[in-house]
Write a protein that binds this ligand. Structure first.
Ligand SMILES: [Fe+2]
Length: 182
């Protein structure tokens, strides 16, 4: 008969190897300590979404008026870029902290994809700002510039949505009773 303290025995209730369970408890504790950071990310994400909605609303209005406002659009995008960059930097710090709290594959993959997306999105908004700021902006029309900004906003929102889903997954992972510290 096996020794009941034998760590190779599976917990009858949870079906989890006790050694693995210990790592899971540690991970869950670390992840719990990140809750304020996750909340901060969520608040900031909401602020940023609100300010982007204001810009898209403004774009809709100027589009209807049909008067080119390249300079103003560049200024609004510069402001959006500043807030976006701040958010990306914070997300990358959060990603590093999550990575330290849990080395599960999902965290690694999400983090790597986020960093790539941030670089790509930053390059894209920088390029838009640079073109909109030229003396003769290289667009067929102001409407074409508006459309390109709209595509950028779509890409940004898709990225944030993917990140939100990743964090939601992590929250569920963290609240799985088999992984909670007892
Ligand atoms: Fe992000």
């Amino acid at each position: 008969m096996k020794n009941p303290n034998d760590s190779t025995l599976l917990n009858a209730e949870t079906g989890i190897d006790p050694a693995e369970d210990g790592v899971a408890k540690q991970e869950a504790l670390c992840l719990q300590s990140l809750a304020p950071l996750l909340q901060q990310w969520n608040d900031e994400h909401q602020d940023l979404s609100r300010s982007i909605r204001e810009t898209t609303l403004w774009l809709g209005q100027v589009s209807q008026r049909g008067i080119p406002r390249f300079g103003e659009l560049a200024a609004r995008l510069s402001l959006m870029r500043q807030r976006m960059k701040q958010h990306f930097d914070r997300e990358e710090v959060l990603g590093n902290d999550l990575q330290q709290a849990s080395d599960c594959l999902e965290v690694k993959t999400t983090r790597r994809r986020s960093v790539n997306d941030h670089q790509h999105l930053t390059q894209r908004i920088d390029d838009l700002i640079a073109r909109l700021s030229e003396l003769e902006p290289p667009f067929d029309s102001f409407q074409q510039a508006i459309d390109q900004v709209g595509l950028f906003v779509d890409a940004f929102e898709q990225h944030e949505e993917q990140e939100a889903q990743g964090l939601q997954w992590l929250t569920h992972y963290n609240s799985d009773p088999r992984r909670m510290p007892r």
